[in-house]
Design a protein around this ligand. Sequence first.
Ligand code: DGY
Length: 337
Amino acid sequence: MNISVNTQALMSKPKIFVARAIFPEALAKLEESFEVLSNQADRIFTPQELQKALSGVVGALVTGSERIDAGALSEASGLKVVANISVGYNNFDVPAMSTAGVMASNTPDVLTDTTADFGFALLMATARRITESEHWIRNGKWDQWSIVNNPLGMDLHHSTLGIIGMGRIGQGIAKRALGFGMKVIYHNRSRLSEADEKACDATYVSKEDLLRNADHVILVLPYTSENHHMIGAKEIALMKPSATLVNIARGGIVDDLALAQALKAGTIFAAGLDVFEGEPKVNPELLKLSNVVLAPHIASATEKTRRAMVDLAVENLSAALDGKRPPNLINAELFKN
Ligand code: DGY
């Protein structure tokens, strides 16, 4: 295990664990108040290493690559808070954390616009075949590119965008789509208020109607065990052959193998993926295809936003260890004051 210990830390400072590399300024700030065990080498810990790292600390800053469940917590009797540097928290077993009396927090809001921007960027790259075109140039094949009917893309402007998951980020994408003259349809666990629908000019439809009618489908919903593989072969078959599918939500919502097979068969036109089942591994069938744009889970990855996410996670952790309510506490029942 590659953990560095700040030896200058006072013995009396409470111990915390930082599971992945963070900004040096944020680490320095934490070291003012805590003895910090930090994995600045940024290697993903095995479950056993994570369990060991959590034993003997009072708080931890983690990311989606750390699964916090009963096993991880089994030796963490002093642990009070785990702050996720992420809005999604499907890496948390929240009931297990609550049972262990461990506060859980996430980082909503600060990444909404950055993630909505990226959703749109991935949609455009997918529909207009940007990465595929770049590969033609890099492979010295521009002269084989037909000037008139070269591999052609699909329009975004004045097309129909289907958004599945209409939380803050989904609504941000809908508002961007208005600027492209797109018609927006959406599906969500619960329908938006009239005022919110109006602000996005979005129409609520069933999932099936959305898949049948959208020219572009984008997934922006949180992962739960209920929506595992909610987009599989059957759902993809409902989509138009000219349609694109973009997933910026979570791996596991789409059946990646079924998607690869559909892309290969031409069931849909193209896909853009920022998240994958079992990431950082990617289904090898997807890697063989030119009609899929792949990104390594970077939707919130801008300098400003990642700093804001780390700062918010630090604020959540510090509040909990200070006896205050973390601003983004997930298991609210643990804070009674
Ligand atoms: C999030 O915040 O949920 C993003 O996917 C980064 O993990």
